[in-house]
Structures are given as C-alpha cells and as structure tokens.
Design a protein around this ligand. Structure first.
Ligand SMILES: [Zn+2]
Length: 486
C-alpha cells in the first residue's frame, strides 16, 4: 500500500513550476504616481488542498500607463507549501505501547531515547523527541513476569491501583505527560484476562479516568488499542471482522460504551489494531467512523513485515525487532519518498536488566544520525499526527502589498473536524516556498505570527522558504523514581 511515488511527483511539481516560472516572476512594474498594483481580487491567490502547490503568475502589465516610467524591483512570490518543515525530507514518530511498562524500564528507555546523558547501560542518550503511552488502570489477572527481578503484572505502571479509585503512579504519569514523555492512552487500561470472556472494565472507569486527567490538565489526543477479548474498551475495529466483536467501547448499546465520554474529552486520533507493513506513507491519517457515528482520525502504524502464507500478521513491533523496522535502507527510503512513518513498538517489552537490546540501540543511533543531519524530523506521535492534518488540509491565501507577500492561513478544512481556525500550535513547522523570505509575512487570518516563531530558510535546492518554527525538544533528564513503585 505504498503510494510514495505519488508524493514524489507532487514534490517535484513544486520544482517544475519554479523552473517554468523562473523567467516570469520577480519583476513587477511599479509606477511613480500610478501604483501599478493589482486590485485586491486580482492579487489574491487562493490555495486549497495545499498538498499540491498551485502557483499562479499574475500579470499586471496592462496597468502600465503610457506616460510613467516603469521601475523594476523584486517582489516576493509565494510558491507553495513545502511538505515537511525545512530542511527535513521525511517525518517519523516512535509509538510505543505500554504493555509491561514498569517505572524502572520506562526510565531507562526514556533516558536513552530522550536525553543526551550517559545512561546506566553505558551508552549516551540519543536525544530524540519521543512520547510514550500509558494505562490508567491495571485490570489484568495474568500475573505475568513483566520486569527483571521477578516483578509481575500487578506492578505494571498505571495511574490508579488496579481498577480502584486509589492513585498508584498518578503523580509520576502526570509529570511525564507534562514534560512531554507521554502523549498516548493505550486504551483505558490493561484488562487482559486469563479468561478472555471476563473483564474488569466498566464505563465508570472511563468517567473516573477523564475526571482525573482533566483535573491535572492532561489532554491526550492519541489512543492506541489492542489485546485479547477482555479489553472490551477497545473501539476502532468493532464490526470489521468477527475477532473484533469484543471491541465495545464505541458501541452505544453496550454497557462498556465510553466513546461519548472519551472522544469529547479530546481523543482525536485512534489506532484501532490494524496492522500495516508500510515503512512510510504519504499520509498517516484516514477518517474513521466509530460505531456510534463519531468521526475521528484513524491512523496507520508500521507494525509488521507482512502476512504469512497462512494469513497471520507477521508482527515486528517488539523491541528485539526494532532493527528490522529502523535500518539504513528504510530511513533512506523514507527520505527519498518524502513520507511519514509511525513506527509501532513495545519498547518496554523485555524483562532484561537493560530493556533496550543492542539491535535497538543501533537502530535508535541510526535514526538519531538522520535527525541530527536534519534529514528525518523525529517527532512525538501527537505532533506528527497534528502536523499531518494541518499539512494536508490547510487553506491559505496570498496577497501582495507594498513589495511584500502576505500568507494568510485561513483555516483547516477536513472531513473529520470540519472547518476551524488553527491555533499557533496547529501550524508549527509549516514551511512556504517563497522567492524572498525576508519580504514574506505569515499570518493566521490577518494576524501576523509573532516574529520569534518565524524562520527564514535558504534554498533547499527547490527554492528559499519561510517557516513557522517547529517545536523545541528538551533533552533534559526528566526521569523520577519512587520508593513505592517499581
Ligand atoms: Zn501493543
């Protein structure tokens, strides 16, 4: 399901237009008393569905009066939207599921990935943006070993103790959400039961979960779910095949129905247990209609190498296989195709002293090299998905006045969220090709984006550009330990 070629053509489209137009743009006649500018309607360029860059060359020669002497100067021209923030060629997020997550393993994994410090395993951290997932509840009775030293399932990291009202790792998880090390709900909890036809989930747990998160100002927009049939709060794939009948979370006739609590709370992106073997895709999102009629964004994750002859998914999403997912060939492929990638993982799956095995360390070091060379923008899952929506559905217009070009970001218009005016955080990273970044202004509506968020870029081989600054990633070590939690 690789549509990389299509995007490559689109990417080239920008270059082609510029080559064709190069002789035409830039020189506008300006008259002394006669301002030789286009009328507002003539000078407005409306660009919609900006995955394509539509560039129009205005021709104002008809406004030259016969008596005035023309003076020529370079007027900036906005040439279109660059797919990724300058100068990156592709964007990638690690999306790790909280299964068997303990505080000890969480800290070791995040110190290596998120910081640049010397970590206990003897490696320096790679300093990559990455946000994890977590559980609000632990309703599992499998009692599996989940960490070194004989640590078992009851010690899995969760906000509440078991399925009670008593906080367990609440303060720790709240801290990690606030510092950006967590951005995903791995469903409401781990409800995996020995008997897959019994469950400890109930709707009231979702109500209590939302109350607790909101009270601490924690808004998670990303939801991932999968598991055995006890995980009845799962919701995205109900009705797609018999196995998924257990997914009752968005079924309004079920006693496990919670989507009308969870979606209004703020869950916007749902990964619904759909395997995919694409290293990258032109877009990670698709409109997903839940059984109750709610529309959310479904998204793809790179989970598997394919399907076996017998029809079983061949998953490669545990940390021992990270090198199969992230390797030089795959990263170069992403860069060549200008694709998005969300790599699904279980980075805390192993019970070893150091949860990241050598192949994973190698893979992450390789990824960090491409990030540092500014080839692949590594982002958190929520950052990538939000950017994907914006990049695909932003509408902007361009006006020209007094030698300046004004880009007005008008709205984001899509089939899931409708039409809305973006906040600054929605448009971070947007990059517009322009012949003259210094004379180009980016506005949301008619309000200029504050200059501290604006970056002028040299040519990337296609053209110069102007960006709304991408998010800063702090490589500070935010790890905290606890006397009561493993
Ligand atoms: Zn998982």
């Amino acid at each position: 399901m690789n549509q990389g070629r299509k995007v490559w053509k689109r990417w080239l489209g920008v270059a082609a237009v510029i080559v064709v137009g190069a002789g035409a743009y830039g020189l506008h006649a300006r008259l002394g008393s006669h301002r030789g500018e286009l009328s507002p309607t003539q000078q407005k360029e409306v660009v919609s569905g900006t995955g394509d860059s539509s560039v129009h060359w205005s021709n104002n020669s008809s406004s030259l009066s016969s008596t005035a002497k023309p003076q020529f100067y370079v007027v900036p021209r906005v040439l279109g939207l660059r797919k990724f923030p300058y100068p990156y060629e592709a964007m990638l997020a690690l999306s790790s599921d909280a299964d068997h997550e303990t505080l000890r393993k969480f800290n070791l994994v995040h110190q290596f990935i998120n910081t640049e410090q010397l970590t206990p395993s003897g490696y320096y951290g790679v300093g990559l943006p990455f946000a994890d997932s977590f559980f609000m509840y632990n309703g599992s009775n499998t009692d599996k070993l989940i960490d070194a030293g004989g640590v078992r399932k009851p010690h899995e990291l969760s906000w509440f103790k078991g399925t009670s009202q008593v906080p367990y790792a609440a303060a720790i998880l709240n801290h990690y959400i606030h510092v950006g090390w967590i951005d995903t709900l791995h469903s409401w909890g781990d409800f995996t039961g020995k008997d897959p036809y019994k469950t400890k989930f109930r709707r009231q747990l979702a109500e209590q979960g939302v109350r607790a998160l909101e009270a601490d100002g924690d808004y998670l927009t990303v939801w991932t779910d999968h598991g055995n049939q006890s995980n009845v709060d799962d919701m995205g794939s109900y009705g797609t095949k018999p196995f998924f009948w257990y997914q009752q979370g968005a079924n309004p006739w079920s006693k496990y129905y919670h989507a009308n609590i969870t979606i209004p709370y703020g869950v916007r992106f749902v990964w619904s247990d759909k395997p995919d073997s694409s290293v990258g895709l032109p877009s990670m999102i698709y409109p997903l209609k839940l059984p109750n009629g709610d529309k959310v964004w479904g998204f793809w994750r790179y989970t598997s190498v394919g399907v076996s002859k017998r029809g079983y998914t061949e998953w490669d999403w545990t940390v021992g296989d990270l090198g199969m997912q992230i390797n030089r060939a795959h990263l170069l492929w992403l860069e060549r195709h200008h694709d998005y990638s969300i790599v699904a993982q279980h980075l805390e799956a192993l019970n070893d002293k150091y949860p990241l095995p050598p192949n994973a360390i190698n893979a992450l070091q390789l990824l960090a090299e491409q990030y540092r060379q500014k080839k692949i923008l590594v982002a958190t899952t929520s950052q990538l998905l939000n950017y994907n929506v914006t990049q695909q559905y932003v509408h902007y217009t361009t006006t020209y006045q007094n030698g300046k070009a004004y880009i007005h970001i008008e709205n984001i218009h899509d089939s899931v969220d409708g039409t809305y005016k973006p906040k600054l955080s929605d448009v971070r990273g947007l990059t517009f090709y322009t012949t003259n970044p210094a004379e180009t202004v980016i506005e949301i509506g008619n309000t200029p984006v504050p200059s501290r968020f604006i970056v002028d870029n040299p040519s990337d081989g296609v053209a110069k550009s102007i960006s709304i600054r991408w998010f800063h990633w702090s490589t500070k070590n935010y790890a905290i330990s606890s006397k009561t939690i493993d």
